[in-house]
Design a protein around this ligand. Structure first.
Ligand code: PRX
Length: 660
């Protein structure tokens, strides 16, 4: 990280887009209807977060009430202390009790399109309840108990949501691994979590071909011996090996199970899930989220950020994968609690045709659509004619997440998808924050393309220097959150020190997000990028050290340095600089081999976009790799920074000369 916590910044976009005048009418009313209301609520909620969040928590069902809303001893937060609650109960049973049992909870669409169209399944709350109970009983029959961490590695099928909720129901924290990760990544996570049960699929559909999930699990099992049971859902009917005694078909497991299964009354602070994410070291960290606070925060943010209005025929669709935090919070937990059907789509946005998403929006009459800037940039490239083919008039709120949205992509989204009548909510948050932190509210906040605007209710976000002093408008600095919030991470699994060092040591007493930001004259936040060695590739978070470790684990690579570089679609691409063992030839063949090697070690998302070979990496006299210089080289810029400490100037010439 740069020693200077004040960062230079440039002003860019300043156009302001007010919420459309007829928004509340089109969206069935508005929760927060104006800036005045927002400001009032925000001020009061930050002044007295306990009162604010306590009132929201009262809307959920608790088995036992909390004795105090918050116990804060930085960096440790306890929310709804001593309260007893169950996440699955609040997402499913509660809605049935409210009389919504026969309404759609989950709408799922498969990727393949047969002669009769795609496969679509709709589960009502009652049907979801029955499926979840049967599977929860199945897990229990395998010996899974409260507190056991269950790994889930599946494609985007309804059973993924069922599995997540079943774990929550019986109090077994889930650890979902994105289906695009490799066998090696599964093994690492299973080892770290000491997980004894894995739920997977035979395969997953992706652009018409099958991703061999079960084979990846089998491969992972060669390097860990924790796992006792593997549950396999048949989806693609691809050929798989079943290991007698260890592997069980989902269908067999649920066959004779009852469709009633009591919910475990969990302590508010019991772990609901672990989700691994990348950080500055080679080892992904298991972010721990607990139950009560996470539910309250995702419930309220879903409701207010998207303006979900139960009973208004809303259909909400988030295109993320459940393998990321966005899917956890805003496909499953936050949305189900709000009694609005959540749509889950299995496959790629351009399969079989580039208009697939818009066809889905049209056919299902989607009202709320949440996606990532990288997807929007891909749609822009494919052309306006694809969305133009479809009736998108059902849409009333558009959302974006995962990386800063460039103003061009924002404008395209606004014009071509939103037909200039849908507010765009640019939501800033992280795996660690569990839910939205800085975001417009659709009926209230005037939007400025590229800015995630203002903190959510109850959130005390600020831009500060290292001493914690708030900076002046347009001065770049560290993005922090000064007060605890309900869905904040409670730790890194098995690594207390890393938790403290990463989030609570940069600025004393405050949560440091790892991002730099500035606030403009209106107080709007502009995210400037990561300050650590994390890069955001297509909105997916990767540690440069992870990719470096993967590269040097190949015999050919002696040393590697990985940096982000500008990329038209991905936002940030991956540039790798490698020095080679003399036994290997620096050529395109080796580049391909190394790219595949990284895919095998981490997953296809981590494949470098550019690999340059070099005799040596540029280092300072103290031996630190000069990443800023490499970033400039990768971006094709002449480096303007201070290079007086560079150990060997000739390496720069060699790095520049060896183009891919
Ligand atoms: O750099 C920020 C960026 O994504 C990081 C968090 O990544 P992850 O934990 O994978 O969660 C992504 C989904 C919540 C942040 O530190 N980021 C996320 N949303 C935005 C963003 N950057 C700018 N604008 C956003 N709306």
């Amino acid at each position: 990280m740069s020693d200077d916590s004040r960062i230079e910044s440039v002003l860019s976009e300043q156009r302001v887009f007010d919420p459309p005048a007829d928004f509340a009418e089109r969206c069935g009313g508005a929760w927060v209807e104006s800036m005045e209301v927002y400001r009032e609520l925000h001020e009061a909620s930050v002044e007295d977060p306990e009162n604010f969040w306590g009132a929201i928590a009262n809307e959920l069902d608790w088995f036992e009430p909390w004795t105090s809303v918050l116990d804060w001893d930085a960096p440790d937060a306890k929310w709804f202390v001593n309260g007893k609650i169950n996440a699955c109960y609040n997402c499913v049973d509660r809605l049935i009790n409210m009389g919504h049992g026969d309404q759609a909870a989950l709408i799922w669409e498969g990727e393949p399109v047969g002669e009769e169209g795609p496969e679509v399944r709709t589960l009502t709350y009652r049907e979801l309840h029955a499926e979840v109970c049967r599977f929860a009983n199945g897990l229990k029959s395998l010996g899974v108990e409260r507190g056991d961490i269950v790994t889930i590695y599946m494609g985007m099928v309804p059973e993924l949501t069922i599995a997540v909720l079943a774990c929550a129901r019986i109090g077994a924290p889930h650890s979902v691994i994105f289906g695009g990760f490799s066998a090696a990544a599964i093994a690492d996570r299973v080892e770290d979590a000491k997980s004894e049960t894995i739920i997977t699929c035979d395969g997953a559909w992706r652009r018409g071909s099958v991703v061999p999930l079960k084979a990846n699990v089998d491969e992972a099992m060669k390097s860990t011996d924790h796992v006792k049971n593997v549950v396999v859902l048949r989806r693609c009917n691809n050929e798989i090996d079943m290991h007698v005694g260890r592997d069980h078909f989902w269908s067999d497991l649920v066959e004779d199970q009852s469709d009633e299964c009591p919910c475990e009354p969990m302590d508010s602070e019991d772990m609901l899930f672990l989700l691994y994410t990348s950080g500055s070291t080679g080892k992904p960290k298991g972010i721990m989220h607990t139950t009560g606070g996470y539910l309250v925060h995702t419930y309220l943010t879903s409701r207010y950020t998207f303006n979900l209005r139960p009973g208004q025929d809303h259909v909400y669709w988030c295109t993320a994968d459940v393998g990321w935090i966005t899917g956890h919070s805003y496909i499953i937990y936050g949305i189900l609690q709000n009694h609005v059907p959540t749509l889950m789509y299995e496959g790629a946005p351009n399969h079989p045709d580039p208009d697939r998403f818009w066809e889905i929006v049209d056919r299902h009459k989607v009202t709320h659509f949440y996606t990532a800037p990288t997807a929007i940039r891909a749609f822009m490239k494919w052309g306006e004619e694809h969305p133009r083919k479809h009736d998108l008039s059902s849409l009333c709120v558009l959302g974006t997440v995962g990386e800063p949205i460039n103003p061009e992509a924002w404008m395209w989204y606004h014009r071509v998808i939103g037909h200039e009548r849908c507010p765009i909510v640019d939501t800033w948050w992280q795996t660690e924050t569990g839910g939205h932190m800085i975001t417009p509210l659709p009926a209230a906040t005037p939007a400025v393309p590229g800015s995630c605007t203002l903190p959510f209710l109850g959130i005390d976000a600020a831009v500060v220097d290292k001493e914690g002093h708030e900076l002046n408008p347009n001065e770049g600095g560290l993005l922090v959150v000064r007060k605890p919030w309900p869905s904040m991470l409670r730790g890194i699994y098995g690594d207390r020190q890393r938790f403290i060092d990463t989030y609570f040591s940069t600025v004393e007493g405050m949560y440091f997000a790892g991002d730099s930001a500035r606030r403009d004259d209106r107080g709007y936040f502009w995210i400037m990028g990561r300050m650590d060695d994390v890069i955001n590739v297509s909105g997916h978070r990767l540690g440069t050290m992870e990719v470096e470790s993967a590269l040097v684990s190949h015999d050919a690579v002696v040393e590697a340095a990985v940096v982000g570089m500008p990329h038209e679609i991905k936002g940030t691409g991956i540039a790798a600089f490698c020095s080679l063992s003399p036994a290997y030839q620096a050529d395109d063949h080796l580049r391909d081999v190394l790219r595949e090697h990284v895919a095998k070690e981490i997953g296809a998302i981590a494949k470098p976009d550019m690999i340059r070979f070099t005799d040596a990496l540029p280092k300072t006299r103290s031996g630190k790799i000069m990443r800023r210089l490499l970033r400039d080289i990768a971006a094709g810029k002449e480096s303007t920074g201070d290079m007086t400490t560079l150990e060997d100037f000739s390496v720069i010439a060699s790095l520049r000369g060896d183009e891919e």
